[in-house]
Design a protein around this ligand. Structure first.
Ligand code: DER
Length: 242
């Protein structure tokens, strides 16, 4: 599809332009469908005799179970953030990117480990297709609400606080649907609440207010974290922001 082509374009370009084969060793690998192409591209370099000596030394840090699969399926070395708390460069997708490179993430319910990796990385690269790019504000392209990782026993309290203290319009406990009866359980054994605030004028302030609510482990607002975004367009071009 057009979006898949755009995802692959952005991901390949991001890897080709940002991996320093000699100096990078610890590589953060995100979650979702776009970062699949980042792992795929690294796997291609691994098969190239010229690059193999460098890529086989890469230690790839996952952001959840899907990310672990991605690393293993592409023949890359799997590491842990406990063993490698400082990451050289990390790649991940996003649900929405604004012109200040503020992000909404968490569509794939992996936001906690994603933020642990992205904020532990010296360089953080976003790869996405054109549907995620929001030249105005966050909460315009991604309209399913800000994903929040919450402690399961606290979800009713958090929902009430979101509505009564932060004037959230709509809060939904994310369900597994046909994949799993009942709520989605994250790789950290938590629930996800999707909190719809509409267009978000000041994502940094909202993030701080959310973090003060008892029961919220982490938010899907990634503030002042991404360094570069590669946005694949349907016409084959790639927008690089900033
Ligand atoms: O969960 C996440 O934050 C993922 O990065 C995700 O939302 C991006 O997913 P996609 O690359 O499949 O659109």
């Amino acid at each position: 599809s057009e979006a898949e082509t755009a995802k692959r374009l952005a991901a390949y370009r991001a890897v080709d332009k940002n991996i320093d084969f000699e100096n990078h060793r610890i590589i953060g690998i995100g979650s979702g469908s776009t970062v699949v192409y980042v792992a795929e591209r690294l796997g291609q370099y691994l098969l190239d005799p010229k690059y193999k000596p460098f890529v086989e030394k890469f230690i790839c840090i996952p952001t959840g179970f899907q990310s672990i699969q991605l690393i293993l399926d592409n023949g890359l070395q799997l590491g842990s953030i406990e063993r490698n708390p400082v990451i050289d460069i990390a790649f991940d997708g996003a649900d929405e990117v604004d012109t200040n490179l503020q992000l909404i993430k968490g569509g794939g319910a992996c936001l906690f480990q994603e933020k642990l990796v992205s904020t532990s990385s010296k360089k953080f690269i976003i790869v996405a297709d054109y549907r995620k790019w929001s030249p105005t504000s966050l909460g315009v392209k991604w309209t399913r609400g800000v994903p929040l990782e919450v402690v399961p026993s606290a979800y009713v309290r958090v929902k009430s606080d979101l509505i009564n203290k932060l004037n959230c319009k709509k809060v939904v406990l994310r369900q597994g649907g046909s994949a799993k009866a009942g709520p989605v359980v994250t790789d950290n054994n938590n629930f996800i609440l999707d909190a719809d605030f509409g267009p978000i004028k000041d994502p940094k302030s909202l993030h701080v207010q959310l973090k003060l609510l008892l029961g919220i482990v982490e938010t899907g607002l990634f503030i002042d974290n991404a360094d570069i975004a590669y946005i694949g367009n349907s016409d084959g071009t790639v927008l690089i922001a900033p």
